[in-house]
Design a protein. Structure first.
Lengths: 797, 236
């Protein structure tokens, strides 16, 4: 080991370059693994987690459908396989008011009383919910540990205190354990609220509950599945309208909340990080090969003095592994910084735990073994006699060594191109998302979402909601700098969903399942102006389009052109697909088409129908404000305008539309940034790699350069000699990389459909960029080769 | 070669000096060298190690430039030429033969001999004829497809001679051409040079072996960078 340290200190240049390469390579991998470890590999923090299962609704289209309150209650009461069966959902649109403070948006876990016992956890303060409380629909809550610490500084006297949740008073009866402070699984939870599931006992249309159960001791998942299957068949028999095509599926409790796409992306990042490590290994292997060439005489002397080849290999390998372990230690520093960055980005701690440390250690040792073995093996096979006869000049690289180096460089360039393509895909996709023509203008637009409490405003068509909306719009319109304001049920931020089937009066009804679909949005007058849309024909909605007035609608241009080609659509009627009750609405206007900020082709429909919000109010609503000034400047004013109308309500989201669009992309942006770093590292390492190889070949061939110059070779001849080999390597590497990149793009197209990054020009562009950089990396040593003094190089003979 | 009847100056050094500067120390490798060599002449440059033989040969071969003085090759001053012009003249007018042959290991015998012609931009057919002729001249035509490592030292040096001859240069510069050969192969190479000389080639050979110097028409003795003696070789 001392000898290995001495050897490394003797070559500080090699050692520093290797350490930096290793630090980046292993650090990047430790960071990617930390994310993977944090999001996918953590075990459940609950008692006997293997007994906890999910019970999903199972249809032909989706195997993980939520459950209705009625179904849940029947399953809970009829099963014999579970110790307990709990229902829950996350509500992040609730408004929470602490005494004397302004309303804030809260994330609330709504659950049945047995939720904590099913998971095997208990409150850290106070008590959990009781079944009696559930039966009586008591308004009781547990604070999340995080909320308790943040808002009450861990005060134990918080029990019994009242808060206002969704406009109603609730009492704090306990503090939830830290196991629920997991933003990945539950969101940034503020409260755990006892859900009055029994209120909706007969309701089977809406399926918003997740159902989680704890198996009785000795009961297997298969047995549970058999029994739940039987219950599902009974439900289908009893409630054919809602349950005929719905079965039940007993599945392991989710160990993470990433979903299939999240899993695939995280693994893809891990794979690409490993690709960067491979490039680093290739570079280090190349450096080692060069070093072995320089040390060939020393190695030959050792062999001549009786050292076994195995011993020589061991000596060289121990240097590589020592180097990689030191590089790994530096890499952990890099990973710590990167983890902090990712953690801050997602507000989610990404620790360097024992798993990450073990990964970094294994990765470092394996890296050292991978990049050290082949060069050490080649060096130990040296022809002792021939090497010693060449004196102290050092043997020139043998054919096998050169070929290996060239193969390594080709592989390195190919991997770098794949990484660059991945980064280019996301950059291009995000650019397209943020800049495509949407038919509405997100600039100077601020939007907020509100959930009005059912108890005070009813569900739909409640006059109180109408009064609230009129007051809110008026308050918003009076804010300084505001040009217009409106309320709607939907927003084109994100994806514009395909929507609902509709019928056109006077046209034969299409077959069931073949009806045209239109995205339907209920909007107040001024919505189009607020969103920067244009009324192309007819009129905007008017304040007179209220309950009792004739039903009216405004349609998108594509819908009008498709269903009334060459005709004036104004005065035509559209309605629902139920022939008995079509509810015809008269078309009073045509507006331009809009698309969502995020587009998924298979979900898109070109048709949109707008109806007057005042004719069909809803307690979930979105308000929007257009200002001539900075849209951030109206955020506080809008918050105050809302508080003036309803102090118990906080907007769920209240931000400029552009900011929300960017927030929606935050995960993708982070993936893009990680890929950017990987691609840049890959590019940098590959450039260093190809430069190193060509420079080394040029050094080894100095004498040959002298001979060629003596024979009349000019600068261009010498330069071409080395450029040619670089060009061959660059073309081969880029060619193989291009094929692999096409594969990656196809995979990404399937994986991240919301990112429209597939652009042949991007692949071609990064291919050309890599080739140019590779050629530049060749050109420099080739140019330096022309500066060889032939008298000096020939004198070396 | 064309006009052997009238001795004609091929190259001429006038008061050539070469000074190397290392660590602010001036080393006078050559001082006030006057040397004139006529076409068809066979000149040996002899002297002990470090006397400036190789420096002189480098200047004669346009691999190096004199610090002072003038060098005229074929009636044209060449000491102030650009590197590109020097490369062109080396390629067309000078043939090098090195002590350690300096064949390029990755190239076949044929390709090694062809190399200077390639740099000249000569058409392939003409190159082929020249290469075959040169290889036949040195008796290596049958080894055209071999690579240098498959040849003996003597054979390698014969290929190097063929490479020097292929471009039909005005002068052959041989730097210790027998230094890496056993006596039998050394004699064979010297015989080859002798026969080339007899057919009109101008040869300048650096050697420290008096036995080989005797093959030349004239021997220039160098010592400490100066010409200390010129002697005509005794004729058999």
């Amino acid at each position: 080991m001392r000898q290995a340290i001495r050897q490394l200190l003797k070559s500080p240049g090699f050692t520093i370059v290797s350490l930096v390469t290793l630090a980046f390579g292993i650090g990047l991998n430790a960071n990617a693994f930390s994310v993977l470890n944090r999001l996918l590999l953590q075990s459940l923090p609950f008692r006997d987690p293997g007994s906890i299962v999910m019970v999903w609704g199972d249809t032909s289209k989706d195997q993980e459908v939520g459950q209705s309150p009625g179904d849940y209650i029947d399953e809970r009461d009829q099963n014999t396989v579970f110790e307990g069966l709990a229902a829950y959902y996350i509500n992040n649109t609730s408004s929470l008011v602490d005494q004397g403070k302004v309303a804030e948006r809260a994330t609330v876990l709504e659950c049945t009383s047995n939720f904590l016992p099913v998971l095997g956890i208990s409150p850290v303060l106070g008590r959990g919910f009781t079944s009696d409380e559930q039966a009586r629909q008591e308004p009781v809550v547990l604070l999340s540990n995080r909320y308790w610490q943040k808002n009450f500084a861990g005060d134990p006297h918080v029990l019994g205190r009242a808060l206002r949740l969704k406009g109603a008073s609730v009492t704090i009866i306990g503090v939830a354990p830290r196991e629920l402070d997991d933003p990945e699984r539950w969101g940034r939870l503020d409260l755990v609220h006892l859900d009055p599931v029994e209120v909706n006992r007969g309701y089977r249309d809406g399926t918003w509950y997740n159902v989680v159960g704890r198996l009785k001791p000795g009961v297997t998942r298969a047995q549970a599945q058999a029994e739940m299957g039987a219950i599902a068949r009974k439900l289908a028999h009893d409630y054919p309208k809602t349950n005929a095509e719905r079965s039940l599926r007993v599945a392991p409790f989710l160990t993470d909340s990433e979903g299939d796409i999240g899993h695939a992306i995280i693994w893809m990042i891990m794979d690409l990080a490993l690709a960067v490590l491979m490039i680093a290994c290739v570079n280090l292997a190349n450096l080692q090969l060069v070093r072995m060439t320089a040390r060939s005489r020393e190695i030959a002397i050792r062999l001549a003095l009786g050292s076994s080849r195995l011993r020589v290999m061991g000596m060289l390998l121990s240097e590589s592994i020592l180097l990689s372990l030191c590089g790994g230690a530096l890499g952990l520093l890099f990973a710590k910084w990167a983890n902090d960055y990712v953690g801050a980005y997602f507000n989610l701690p990404v620790p360097l735990d024992y798993r990450v440390l073990a990964f970094a250690f294994v990765a470092s040792a394996a890296t050292g073994a991978v990049f050290g073995t082949v060069p050490a093996w080649i060096a130990s096979r040296a022809d002792v006699n021939a090497t010693l006869k060449q004196g102290g000049r050092g043997a020139s690289a043998g054919g096998s060594r050169n070929r290996l180096r060239q193969v390594l460089i080709v592989a390195q360039l190919a991997i770098a191109l794949v990484l660059l393509t991945g980064a280019g895909y996301f950059i291009r996709g995000i650019h397209r998302i943020m800049n495509h023509e949407m038919g509405w203008d997100p600039d100077h637009l601020t939007m907020g979402e509100i959930e009005l409490p059912n108890a005070k405003y009813g569900e739909r068509g409640d006059k109180r909601t109408l009064v609230f909306a009129e007051k809110l719009i008026s308050g918003l319109r009076h804010l300084p700098g505001v040009q217009d304001a409106a309320i709607s049920t939907g927003t084109p931020i994100g994806t514009v969903p395909a929507g609902d089937p509709f019928a056109v009066e006077g046209r034969p009804a299409p077959a069931k399942g073949a009806e045209p679909l239109a995205y339907t949005n209920r909007v107040t007058p001024g919505f189009f102006a607020t969103h920067g849309m244009h009324v192309l024909r007819g009129r905007d909605f008017a304040i007179s389009d209220r309950p009792g007035a004739p039903n009216v609608a405004i349609v998108s241009k594509s819908l009008a052109e498709k269903f009334w080609p060459g005709e004036d659509p104004i005065g035509k009627r559209i309605g629902g697909t139920d022939p008995v009750k079509p509810d015809w609405s008269e078309v009073v206007g045509v507006v331009n088409d809009v698309v969502g900020s995020i587009r998924i082709a298979r979900y898109e429909t070109p048709y949109q129908i707008y109806r007057p919000w005042f004719q069909d109010t809803f307690r979930f609503l979105i308000f929007s404000v257009r200002t001539g000034a900075d849209p951030h400047s109206v955020v506080e004013g809008a918050r105050k305008a809302l508080a003036d109308v309803e102090p118990d309500i906080a907007a769920t989201i209240l931000a400029p539309a552009r900011d929300t669009m960017e927030d929606n992309m935050s995960g993708i942006v982070l993936v893009q940034r990680m890929l950017d770093v990987m691609a840049l590292l890959g590019l940098l390492l590959s450039t260093i790699g190809i430069y190193g190889v060509v420079a080394n070949v040029a050094t080894e061939r100095t004498q040959e350069i002298g001979v060629r110059m003596a024979l009349g070779a000019g600068s261009a001849d010498v330069q071409w000699l080395f450029m040619r080999s670089g060009i061959i390597l660059a073309v081969l590497g880029s060619g193989i990389g291009l094929l692999a990149s096409v594969g990656l793009v196809m995979a990404l197209d399937r994986l991240v459909q919301i990112v429209p990054g597939n652009d042949p020009w991007v692949i071609a562009g990064v291919g050309v960029m890599l080739a140019v950089i590779a050629l530049l990396a060749c050109w420099i040593p080739a140019w330096r080769a022309t500066k060889v003094d032939p008298t000096v190089s020939l004198r070396a003979e | 070669m064309e006009n052997q009847a009238l001795p004609q100056s091929l190259l001429k050094l006038d008061n050539v000096t070469k000074v190397f500067l290392t660590d602010e120390v001036e080393t006078h490798a050559l001082s006030g060298i006057h040397l004139e060599i006529t076409k068809g002449e066979y000149v040996a440059i002899a002297g002990p190690s470090g006397c400036g033989k190789s420096t002189l040969l480098s200047i004669l071969g346009l691999l190096d430039t004199p610090t002072d003085g003038t060098y005229t090759l074929n009636g044209r001053p060449v000491q102030g030429l650009t590197p590109a012009d020097r490369a062109r003249i080396r390629n067309r007018e000078i043939g090098f033969i090195f002590q350690s042959f300096n064949l390029i290991g990755d190239l076949t015998v044929y390709e090694n001999v062809e190399l200077p012609l390639t740099y000249r931009g000569m058409p392939a057919a003409e190159r082929k004829a020249r290469v075959e002729e040169s290889l036949e001249k040195v008796g290596m035509g049958h080894r055209a497809k071999h690579v240098p490592s498959q040849l003996s030292g003597g054979q390698q040096q014969r290929v190097a001679v063929a490479r020097a001859l292929a471009g039909n240069p005005a002068v052959l510069l041989a730097d210790e051409p027998t230094g890496n050969l056993d006596s039998k192969n050394g004699d064979a190479v010297m015989d080859l040079l002798q026969s080339l000389h007899r057919t009109g080639s101008t040869i300048i050979m650096v050697t420290h072996d008096a036995r080989f110097a005797r093959h030349a028409d004239r021997t220039v003795h160098l010592f400490d960078g100066q010409v200390v003696e010129e002697s005509a070789a005794p004729k058999d």
